[in-house]
Structures are given as structure tokens and as C-alpha cells.
Design a protein around this ligand. Structure first.
Ligand code: ADP
Ligand code: TYD
Length: 210
């Protein structure tokens, strides 16, 4: 079975600690076992330049960048990632699995106000212009997600420090986005055991690839 010459572009979305990184790895294993060529990647980051930008946006004080500058940095990182990693892999017929993509910018930067959301959408149209073929939204309650996320090591606390109310707003925003794009975004319950969630995701993706 092959993904075809055009490849297949999958993204994972959800609040911090919802299990995206765990599940992208599980899905990559599943698809590789089926003989598919899989490119596992993430945002912000995924290419050399975009990983440099990741450090600029995720480390340091919360007010390090203005909201507008932050949107530009995320979009610049995504553009580099698209040019150098995602589009070449799709052109080679690979399945690209991206841990977060443009929906994260629509939520984390765009939910601040209608004006910010407008900026996010305009920059996306101008500089990115492509959506994933399928997006898996891992839904879970923010208390569990935040407890899991804070349990991890690392210096990328700038976003996670924003707390439960923030995560709750992001969760609701993601669910609204899924309702607005039912053909692209599939919601998966992230509260179960790792293997149980992985099996549900594998079934959805196998169906989409068939
Ligand atoms: P995300 O990438 O969405 O922030 P991770 O995959 O890094 O989430 O998961 C956050 C933490 O929760 C990790 O320590 C991971 O091992 C753990 N975890 C992930 N999925 C589950 C699950 N279904 N049940 C219990 N713990 C989980
Ligand atoms: P990530 O490493 O996926 O965090 P986690 O594993 O905790 O879910 O992403 C880091 C943070 O970057 C996360 O809090 C969401 C934020 N982010 C944005 O604010 N905008 C974006 O466009 C992206 C891709 C991520």
C-alpha cells in the first residue's frame, strides 16, 4: 500500500499534555509497519531554521514578543518548515505527520481577539496556503493535560505557565474549530490508556488512507 505520489499530510492538535507527541510516535510505528514511508515532524520547528525560531518563541518571558511579532515568528517558522521538509516529503509520496500545525496558531495566537485571528488567517493565506489532509484533535480535560505537561522536564514553560483557564479556552476553541471543519478535523478522546487512544487514531487514519 502506498500513500500515492501526492503523499498524505496529517497534523495532530490539542492542548499541552493531551498526548500528541506520544500518539504521533505510535501512529508512525503503525504506518511504518504497514510499509508506508513516514516523516515525523513538529511545530514550532521541524526544520533547522524553524527549530532556531522555536527557541525564540518558547523560551524567555511571556512578554518577550508583541502578539503581532509572535504571529510573524510562528508563520516564518512554518514557512521554512513547509519549504524544506513538508512539501518535499509530500512530493516524494511520504506520509507527513506533524505534531501541531496552523490550527495551533489559530488558537494560541488567534483566540486573543478577532483582529489577531484575522492576522493569523491573512498570513496563513499569504505565506502557507495549505491545510493538512487530515487533522487529529486529541481532546482532553485541561486539569489532566496540564498536570501531565508540568510533569515533564524542560525550559519551554512560557506557554504552559499560562494555567488552567487558558487551557480551557484553548480546548473550547479547538472543539469549535473541529465543528467548523468536520471534513478535515477528527476529534479523538485523549483520556483513555495510551494504546486505546492509539488504536482509535490508527482506525481513523487507516480509513482516510484507504
Ligand atoms: P503533548 O505532546 O500533547 O504535550 P505528550 O505526549 O508529551 O503530550 O504527553 C504528556 C505526558 O503524558 C507524557 O509524560 C506522556 O508520557 C503522558 N501521556 C501521554 N498519553 C497518555 C495517556 N493516554 N495516559 C497517561 N499518560 C499519558
Ligand atoms: P509543543 O511543543 O507542541 O507543546 P506541548 O507538547 O506542550 O503541547 O508546543 C509548544 C507550545 O507552542 C504550545 O504551548 C503551543 C505553542 N504554539 C503556539 O502558540 N502557536 C503555534 O503556532 C504553535 C505551533 C505552537
Amino acid at each position: 500500500m502506498s500513500a500515492g505520489r501526492a503523499g498524505f499530510f496529517l497534523s495532530f492538535e490539542g492542548i499541552d499534555g493531551s498526548g500528541k507527541s506520544t500518539q504521533v510516535r505510535k501512529l508512525a510505528e503503525h504506518l511504518r509497519a504497514r510499509g508506508l514511508t513516514v516523516r515525523l515532524t513538529r511545530e514550532p520547528g521541524g526544520s533547522e531554521g524553524a527549530e532556531d525560531i522555536r527557541k525564540l518563541v518558547l523560551e524567555g518571558d511571556g512578554d518577550r514578543w508583541s502578539p503581532e511579532t509572535e504571529i510573524l515568528l510562528f508563520t516564518a517558522a512554518r514557512r521554512d518548515h513547509m519549504e524544506r521538509v513538508i512539501l518535499p516529503a509530500l512530493a516524494a509520496g511520504e506520509v507527513v505527520i506533524c505534531d501541531r500545525f496552523a490550527d495551533s496558531t489559530r488558537m494560541y495566537q488567534g483566540l486573543a481577539s478577532a483582529e489577531m485571528r484575522g492576522l493569523v488567517d491573512q498570513l496563513h493565506d499569504l505565506m502557507i496556503g495549505r491545510e493538512p489532509d487530515l487533522t487529529l484533535l486529541i481532546d482532553m480535560d485541561p486539569e489532566t493535560g496540564l498536570a501531565r505537561a508540568l510533569g515533564r522536564q524542560g525550559g519551554e514553560e512560557r506557554f504552559e505557565a499560562r494555567g488552567i483557564a487558558w487551557q480551557r479556552q484553548m480546548r473550547a476553541g479547538f472543539l469549535d474549530l473541529a465543528k467548523a471543519h468536520p471534513d478535515r478535523i477528527r476529534v479523538v478522546d485523549g483520556a483513555g490508556e495510551i494504546d486505546q487512544v492509539a488504536a482509535e487514531i490508527a482506525a481513523v487514519v487507516d480509513g482516510a488512507l484507504a
